[in-house]
Design a protein around this ligand. Sequence first.
Ligand SMILES: Nc1ncnc2c1ncn2[C@@H]1O[C@H](COP(=O)(O)OP(=O)(O)O)[C@@H](O)[C@H]1O
Ligand SMILES: CC(=O)N[C@@H](CCC(=O)OP(=O)(O)O)C(=O)O
Length: 294
Amino acid sequence: MQEIINKAKTLMEALPWIRNFYGKTIVIKYGGNAMVEEHLKVGFARDIIMMKYIGLNPVVVHGGGPQIGKVLKAMGKESRFIQGMRVTDTETMDVVEMVLGGKVNKEIVGNINRHGGRAVGLTGKDGNLIVAHKMEMTAVNPDTLTPEIIDVGMVGEVESINPEIITGLENANFIPVIAPVGVGLSGETYNINADLVAGRVAGALKAEKLILLTDVEGVKGKDGRLISTIDVQRVPDLINDGTITGGMIPKVNCCVDAVEEGVKKAHIIDGRMEHACLLEIFTDKGIGTAIARF
Ligand SMILES: Nc1ncnc2c1ncn2[C@@H]1O[C@H](COP(=O)(O)OP(=O)(O)O)[C@@H](O)[C@H]1O
Ligand SMILES: CC(=O)N[C@@H](CCC(=O)OP(=O)(O)O)C(=O)O
């Protein structure tokens, strides 16, 4: 008997959060292990469906770096990254578009639909959702110690997001699933880092939350312990003092940009944990690191 009452208590814990977030948009960047392990894939699809049925508007932006790397490798092409961006020649661009917009996107859409949701897959070309331009990258030449322009090929930077297609799908009760491929002003195709796309989509939609799933617990301090909350103003110090490094830098920066564009809170959470999204949204404690203006 007590067990059943405890179940009801757990459900009731979600009530204030359901009330708070009813009708609100939540943008989720889906990537890492959560996109590889079968039980996590199914768990994620079901979490998204649950959110939708409860009355939230989840919008999924997915990655797929390892999946692209695997196909390139099979073709005999090595992947090269500069400052976290995949150097993208025209052949690589074709592979990126096929893998992200095709196989990866449709697998996520298929999983959501198979478990009772109504998902629709898009790339940034659909409805001109993600307009992009070539990313300008510079790095200091170690010999001359002067900054030099580096050509990373068709790596794009988001110029603008046209969210009408997403709001249209939301209004028709569909769940948008977005591949991070952008379109240039002359119709050219760009490969864009998925975290950056998720941040800009969340900003354009003035989302209630941006959630980035990754393969660590969240942002950790120098002592290795999880930092639960970070004020946006503190982020530059944490980068400058070397607390946040590597792949975590673009993630926290994209959270800061999203908050500055009007997103209430951004979260970096552990996608290796089953039901990570639901736990973040519907429980008192939440998980991972929250970045906002506190
Ligand atoms: N302060 C920090 N807290 C947590 N992870 C950090 C931190 N600084 C650097 N990292 C690194 O950032 C990585 C996450 O970035 P990345 O591997 O690019 O993620 P993803 O593949 O999910 O996009 C972590 O695995 C960790 O090695
Ligand atoms: C420019 C650039 O690097 N684009 C990424 C796009 C996919 C991505 O971001 O996937 P993850 O989230 O799994 O890393 C790439 O080619 O890998």
